[in-house]
Ligand binder design. Structure first.
Ligand code: HAM
Length: 432
């Protein structure tokens, strides 16, 4: 029988896991530097959590099932809705703003391709109860700092505000459901489909033209003046544009000026309300979006008060891919420092004792568990990357000693057993 992993899933072996761990830890540190605290939510939730307001696109992609008790459950496709649920269940009375971050796997039944998986990881955050666009500016600065600390080059941050398109649609009396459909098509970037849908929604000719023009508009800050002229007859849309302008001013004080204004950002999920952003890395091809987020209103949709919220998530696998394409080498620490080798089977138990002493001192240590001859143990230890081998021989033991072999220089020296842990610790961590 051939055992295959499910389509769209991956296994990660040692080197890849080391790289992923390094990137994860680097990002975690940045999130914590900005005052975020980690939370964890279940991998599966009630299906209704995601069908309420996540949008048509994502509902089609949900892995859902009934458990033995007949409950409709879903593997989470994202983490914003679970975090909104936590807020409603446990945090409504907590002092605001509440800053939470998460790292976890998500599941979407999509056609697998480069950068698009059925199980993938998100590292993201939610900021509940703060004011937009100040919050938006802070999370954009946070996202950028993560990428800077990872030395990722050539990423572009695109900023928009959904209120501009929605303001025009509202003024033309387009229903909320139809608006969600329109936003989903804008997100896919399918202009022909968009033209068809605008006709079906009986949107006015002038508004239709304006919408088509806006979704193709992107560029530096100065395009805002052109947008202002185009939407001058739509007061709500103008209000949202003002919010976007304000965001750009605030971003300056967060030390940030490198962005593209992009009015075609619609986001694939239905809960966004105002400022939105996406980060792209061109080299990744069709799945170039490594991160996305914005302001949203899920808590009210779930029956809570109106609480302004903002957040974003990195597609962790895409960040890894972008770093790999760029050949960015992460400073990875070797797993193993010491290998303890009994010279004969009689010294096996002494070898175990010494290995335990080293491990208790925090020194990454391996010990022979296969009963091999010394020559084979040394070659295995060398391949494992051990810097030192502790040779445990009967004659040395009689003198209360072991031999330490430096695998780089080949030098060997005898050390009293009671000092072996201190001596190795000093060599491995000289600055301690
Ligand atoms: P999203 O844009 O659907 O937003 O997903 C966030 C990121 O996850 C995307 O930018 C992308 O990099 C990555 N991603 C999405 N689908 C896949 C996939 N099939 N394979 C690999 N990577 C993928 C959200 O999920 C929102 N909850 C983000 C957010 C947080 N908004 C506010 N707070």
């Amino acid at each position: 029988m051939e055992l295959q992993k499910p389509r769209g899933t991956r296994d990660f072996l040692f080197e890849e896991m080391k790289e992923r761990k390094f990137v994860e830890n680097t990002m975690r540190k940045v999130f914590e530097t900005y005052g975020y605290q980690e939370i964890k939510t279940p991998i599966f939730e009630d299906l209704s959590l995601f069908t309420l307001k996540s949008g048509e696109g994502i509902i089609e992609e949900i892995y859902h099932f009934q458990d033995k008790g007949g409950r409709d459950l879903a593997l989470r496709p994202e983490l914003t809705a679970p975090v909104a649920r936590i807020y409603l269940n446990q945090l409504q009375k907590a002092p605001k703003p509440i800053k939470m971050y998460y790292f976890g796997s998500c599941f979407r039944y999509e056609r697998p391709q480069a950068g698009r998986f059925r199980q993938f990881w998100q590292l993201g955050c939610e900021l509940i109860g703060g004011k937009s666009p100040d919050c938006q500016a802070e999370i954009i600065a946070l996202a950028a700092q993560c990428l800077e600390e990872l030395n990722l080059e050539d990423y572009q941050i695109h900023l928009g505000n959904l209120g501009i398109l929605r303001g025009i649609l509202n003024q033309d009396g387009v229903s909320a459901d139809q608006q969600d459909q329109i936003m989903a098509i804008v997100d896919k970037g399918d202009v022909e489909e968009l033209k068809k849908l605008l006709k079906e929604c009986k949107i006015g000719e002038k508004s239709g033209h304006i919408l088509l023009e806006l979704v193709g508009m992107q560029g530096p800050q100065k395009i805002i003046d052109d947008v202002k002229t185009i939407i001058k007859d739509y007061p709500d849309a103008l209000e949202s544009l003002k919010e976007l302008e304000e965001l750009l001013i605030i971003l300056e004080s967060f030390g940030f000026a490198d962005y593209t204004v992009n009015l075609g950002i619609a986001r694939g999920l239905d809960y966004y309300t105002g400022c939105v952003f996406e980060i792209y890395v061109e080299g990744l091809g069709a799945q170039k979006q490594i991160s996305g987020g914005g302001t949203y209103n899920l808590i009210e949709v779930f029956g809570g008060d109106q609480v302004e919220s903002a957040g974003f998530a990195f597609g962790f696998d895409r960040v890894m891919e972008a770093l790999k394409n760029q050949n960015t080498k992460q400073p990875l620490k070797n797993r193993l420092e010491v290998f303890v080798a009994p010279i004969s089977s009689e010294t096996k138990l002494n070898a175990f004792e010494i290995a335990q002493k080293l491990r208790k001192k925090g020194i990454p240590t391996d010990v022979e568990l296969v009963g091999r001859k010394l020559k084979k143990i040394l070659s295995f230890a060398d391949n494992s990357g051990a810097r030192f081998v502790v040779l445990v021989g009967a004659r040395d033991l009689e003198n209360g000693e072991v031999t330490i072999k430096d695998m780089e220089t080949g030098n060997q020296e005898q050390i009293p057993i009671e000092r072996v842990a201190d001596v190795l610790d000093n060599r491995i961590n000289p600055s301690k």
